[in-house]
Design a protein around this ligand. Sequence first.
Ligand SMILES: Cc1cc2nc3c(=O)[nH]c(=O)nc-3n(C[C@H](O)[C@H](O)[C@H](O)COP(=O)(O)OP(=O)(O)OC[C@H]3O[C@@H](n4cnc5c(N)ncnc54)[C@H](O)[C@@H]3O)c2cc1C
Length: 438
Amino acid sequence: MSTVLSWGRYPHLPQEVHGVAWRDSAQAAWLDASRESGTTLAFGNGRSYGDSCLAASGHVVQTLALDRLIAADWQTGVLRAEPGVTLEQILDVAIPRGWMLPVTPGTKYATLGGAIANDVHGKNHHVRGTFGRHVRRFALARSDGTQFECSPDEQPEFFAATIGGLGLTGLILWAEIQLMPIRSSMIAMKSIRFTNLDEFFALSERLDPLHEYSVAWVDCQSRGSALGRGIFMVGDHATEGPLEVERRTKRIVPFTLPIPVFNRVTLRALNELYYQKQQSGEVSATVSYDTYFYPLDSLLEWNRIYGRAGFQQYQCVVPPSSAREATREILDAISESGTGSFLAVMKRCGDLRSPGLLSFPREGTSLALDFPQRDALNTRLFARLDAIVSEAGGRIYPAKDAHMSGADFRTAYPQWHQLEALRDPALLSRFWERTTRT
Ligand SMILES: Cc1cc2nc3c(=O)[nH]c(=O)nc-3n(C[C@H](O)[C@H](O)[C@H](O)COP(=O)(O)OP(=O)(O)OC[C@H]3O[C@@H](n4cnc5c(N)ncnc54)[C@H](O)[C@@H]3O)c2cc1C
C-alpha cells in the first residue's frame, strides 16, 4: 500500500492510502476502508501543511482519481466536478472560455474537495471572500449509507459545516461552483517597496479598494525602524490580451536535502537580496495568471528543500483593532529568533462573511511564514507567537497547523461544538483528535 504525508512533512506520520476511482462506488470503498481501520479521512492532494489532512488512524481515502468534470455551462460559468479535480484542471478548461476561479490559493495543485474543506482564500479576499462563497451546492456521502445534496437552502447545516469543515462531515462526491468572468488570462500588476510596517498599512488602506488582488512579501529578518519592510503587490485581470493556459517549464527538487537550506545567514542574505532587487517606487508589469498566482508551483516538490525534518507554516489572522500592534510583536519575535523563511506573506483580509461554520479568514491582517522544523520550535517561538495571537483575539489556520493547543483552538473557534455534532463518526483527523480531545 502506498503512503502519503502532508505538505510540511511534519508531523512525520505516513498515511496508508485507500484509493477510490468511481463516484458511484466511492462511498462503499470509503466504508470498507473505515471498517478495517475504525476511522479514516478523505485526502485530496496533500497540500495542507500540518496534520489536518492526516487521519487519526493513519488510513486515508485519496480522492485524486475522482477527477472528472461533470458539467459546465459556459454562458453562466457554473461548473460541476468531482472532488479530486485539481484547480489546475479547472483552469485548463475555464481560462480559454473566459472564466477564472473566483478565489484561488497559492497553489493550483489543491483539489476542489480540499478547497472546500479548508474554505481556502486568496489574494482577493478583500473583494470576494473565501472559496466557500462561490460554492453553490455539493453532494455529501455519510457513513450511515446516506447521500444528500447540500446548498444554502437544502441541508443548510451540513452546507455550512462542510465548508471549512476540515473533511469531517462526510465525503464530498461532487461540487458545483460559480466561476468568475475574465477578459484576459494576463494580470496587470504593480509592486511597490515599503520600508516598514506603517507603510504597509498605509498602502493597504489606499490600494486594496482599487484592486482585485493585493498581497505583500515581508522581510522577516528586518529589525528596528525597518521592521516589516517588504514589497506590496497589487494586480487586476487585464482587460485585453489572450485567454491562454500557460505551460511553464517545471523544475523539480529531486530528493529531500539532508539539512534545510535556510539558516540565519542564508535567510538574511536572501531577504536582503530580494528586497534590494525591487527598485524603490512603483514597478508595473503584465504577467500570466500562472506566474502571478502560482510562482511556487513551478518548482515541483519544493517542500524537500526543508530537509528530512520537514517544516511548519505559521499562519494567523488578527483583527483590525489589534492588527498593527500584534503584527509588530510577531515580526519582532520572529526576527529576534533568526529563523523563518524567505516566504513571508502578509495580507489584509476583508469583512465578507463566509458561509462556512469554521472558516479561518476573518477581517484583519493575516501573516503566513514557513519555519524549518526543529525541536524547540513549538515550545519557544510558536508558544510566544501563540500568546500574541490569542491576546490580540486572532486565530491560527488549521490547514497549516501542526502545533496549536486544544485550548487555543477551542477559544478561537467556539463553533467547533457544532461541527463535532455533525462530524461523521467514521471520519477523524489527527488535528481534530489533538485539538478537541486534549
Ligand atoms: C504552495 C501552497 C500555497 C498555498 N496557499 C494557500 C492560500 O493562499 N490560501 C489558502 O487558504 N490555502 C493555501 N494553501 C493550503 C491549501 O490550499 C489547502 O490546504 C487545501 O485545502 C489543500 O487541498 P488538497 O486538495 O491538497 O487537500 P488535502 O490537503 O489533501 O486535504 C485538505 C482537507 O480536505 C479534505 N478533503 C479533501 N477531499 C475531500 C472530499 N472529497 N470530501 C471531504 N473532504 C475532503 C481533507 O479531509 C482535509 O481535511 C497553500 C498550500 C500550498 C502548498
